[in-house]
Design a protein around this ligand. Structure first.
Ligand code: AGP
Length: 616
């Protein structure tokens, strides 16, 4: 959480910082700030620190009157961890003398001890943040070293925790010192200067060739170039990663918000995630798995570990892996898995699913599983992310950059990738023939056109259903099998973007408690697609209808009977039950967005959330 950006070169720094911060707002948006170098009337360099509570647009207005002279600075957009959102807690934080400023993404676990020690040595703190200790530690080290990069390196030796850090010092104009441990840092060199950010999206205007800094590496940026060093200060030559998507992906492209744009991109995500995955002979090609067929054949237990929406993709995968490969599969919130003592043997496969590839709990669970001897396979959307780098193998979901905080297209990419994995396991275990795999693969590909059909035809029905929900105090999502799994995601989407309370239940569980909630007009959103349990779900809905519930059904095209109990019907094409989660999720995403828009919510940046959750 939190986004950092820095620039040193020949252009106006404040403009580059603001553009970068706006693109990083998905990482946090409760306050923002910059530190810019300024040359005073005596020719000396000073740091101007400007901070604002709220989104980057507020900071932008504040900077509008500032001159354009500064060509070096750092910026930050915050998701509060230590200290409430306030101007004092907004980054950058400065040393006592105001000549050093830092921006930080991460958590300093030993900040309380460090703060006590620094205060005893005479430092004055002005915020409640953990980050501020970095400014004072660097200040002390700088007094000895007289070199910003060396001072940052020294400060890092005292810190326990995670950081992506950038620092500037008025006594070294044009220099930005950068450090990384467990939080992302990308660095790029453009024609007009050197850039650093938490995410490539903030510097892609300048370059597509970037360095993804590794833990324990440091960088010193100047207008003329970048020097990379290790913890001992020795020069290193890092690998260059080429980014193959362009900035259009990070623009709304005529859509009112990123969430809608990303929902509409889902047919492409299905197609791109499947490209090149099936040989002409019907063999699945998932080489990135890093396991031979013999090793795959030995797998006797699968854990899918993930958080939030990615966890819901895991619920769908469980159904597929167990039914196609007949391997027991458990799905666990990574935050629980990491603190349990799960049964792991060398024949256990752990599948870690994470859009961002940097979720703290998922990463910790990966590390734990590998120590215990499991093979870990990552499914992520971000090339070179920690999940990709720390797993034995990885599939990229090909959703491309997802900006809206609510995951939509990456969820579809995750389901498609997990479906490929389930097909592969089924094939290797001899439970699916090559012919069956080929047929299922092609049906999976057909969902791209089916999603497009839903997008093209169901807008009016979804609008009507949203009107029926928007003023309700709460809503229930129900379904069975795949319908239950996707209901959990439907409820999460509605909660996170519209702030309307929602819960999901397996439809058969309703009569064991939740049905007590139903009173006249209570919205029940039911996934009642044609499946082996269709009739059972309809029976459960009748019980809700009898108590006055307002029923919104996601149903299969041609199902006219459902209209007898449902007040609103959103139709989706007939697909095999195994793929119904892919198609049924689309109207649920659109419904959540529509309700949120009607309720006046910011669908791209819901309150209290951040897209990358890099803290426990
Ligand atoms: C999705 O809409 C949520 N914002 C959230 O639940 C998210 O899926 C979760 O934080 C996990 O993130 P990850 O996929 O990047 O690991």
């Amino acid at each position: 959480m939190c986004g950092i950006v820095g620039y040193t070169g020949s252009d106006t720094a404040k403009d580059i910082l603001i553009t970068g911060l706006k693109r990083l707002e998905y990482r946090g948006y409760d306050s923002a700030g910059v530190a810019l170098e300024r040359t005073d009337s005596d020719g000396a360099t000073q740091l101007d620190i400007v901070r604002r509570v709220g989104k980057v647009v507020g900071l932008e207005s504040e900077l509008a009157n500032m001159d354009d002279a500064s060509t070096c600075g750092i910026g930050h957009t915050r998701w509060a961890t230590h200290g409430r959102p306030s101007q004092a807690n907004a980054h950058p934080h400065a040393s006592c003398d105001g000549r050093i400023a830092v921006v930080h993404n991460g958590i300093i676990e030993n900040f309380a001890e460090l703060r006590d020690e620094l205060e005893q040595r005479g430092h004055t703190f002005r915020s409640q943040t953990d980050t501020e200790v970095f400014a004072h530690l660097i200040e002390e080290a700088y007094a000895q070293e007289h070199d910003l990069m060396a001072a940052v390196r020294e400060a890092c030796t005292h810190v326990v925790g995670a950081y992506g850090l950038a620092a500037v010092c008025a006594d070294e104009p044009g220099v930005i010192a950068v450090a990384r441990k467990d939080n992302p840092i990308v660095i790029g060199r453009g024609e007009r200067g050197s850039y650093v950010a938490s995410d490539v999206i903030a510097l892609i205007d300048a370059t597509r060739d970037v360095v993804v800094l590794e833990d324990g590496q440091f960088a010193r940026l100047t207008p003329e170039g970048i020097e990379y060093t290790d913890a001992a200060g020795k020069t290193i030559q890092p690998d260059i990663t080429h980014i193959d998507w362009d900035i259009d992906m990070a623009e709304k492209g005529g859509y009112p918000d990123f969430m809608l744009k990303e929902i509409c991109e889902q047919p492409r995500v299905v197609r791109d995630t499947l490209v090149g995955r099936l040989s002409p002979y019907g063999e699945l090609d998932i080489d990135e798995l890093g396991l031979t067929f013999e090793e795959l054949n030995l797998i006797d237990r699968v854990y899918v570990i993930a958080c939030g929406t990615s966890y819901h993709a895991g619920l769908i995968a469980k159904n597929l892996i167990e039914s196609w490969a007949r391997i027991p599969c458990e799905v666990e919130a990574a935050s629980e898995f990491r603190y349990r003592n799960p049964i792991i043997t060398p024949s256990t496969l752990v599948v870690a699913v994470s859009q961002s590839g940097e979720t703290a709990d998922t990463l910790a669970a990966i590390r734990d599983a590998r120590i215990k001897g499991a093979k870990v396979f990552g499914i992520t959307n971000v090339v070179g992310s920690p999940v990709a780098r720390e797993s034995d193998g990885v599939i990229y979901t090909k959703a491309n950059k997802e900006i809206a905080v609510a995951s939509t297209k990456s969820f579809i990419g995750q389901i498609v990738s997990l479906t490929l994995l389930a097909l592969l396991l089924g094939q290797v275990k001899g439970k699916l023939t090559t012919g069956q795999v080929r047929m299922l693969f092609h049906e999976l590909g057909d969902t791209a056109a089916q999603i497009q059909h839903i997008l093209d035809t169901q807008g009016p029905a979804i609008h009507e259903a949203a009107l029926a929900c928007k003023d309700a105090p709460s809503a229930l999502f129900v379904g069975r099998g795949m319908g239950a799994a996707i209901s959990y995601e439907g409820a999460l989407k509605l909660k996170e973007v519209s702030y309307l309370h929602a819960e999901a239940y397996a439809a058969g569980e309703m009569k064991h408690g939740p049905i007590a909630l139903i009173d006249p007009g209570f919205p029940v959103i039911a996934v009642t697609t044609k499946s082996p349990t269709y009739d059972k779900t309809v029976s459960n809905l009748k019980e809700c209808e009898a108590r006055g519930a307002k029923i919104i059904a996601i149903a299969t095209e041609g199902d006219e009977d459902i209209k007898q109990i449902a007040d609103y019907v959103i139709y989706i094409p007939l697909v095999r039950d195994a793929f119904s989660a892919i198609t049924a999720s689309v109207p649920l995403q659109l419904l959540a967005r529509e309700v949120a828009v009607m309720r006046g919510c910011d669908v791209d940046q819901p309150r209290n959330l951040a897209k990358s959750v890099t803290v426990e």
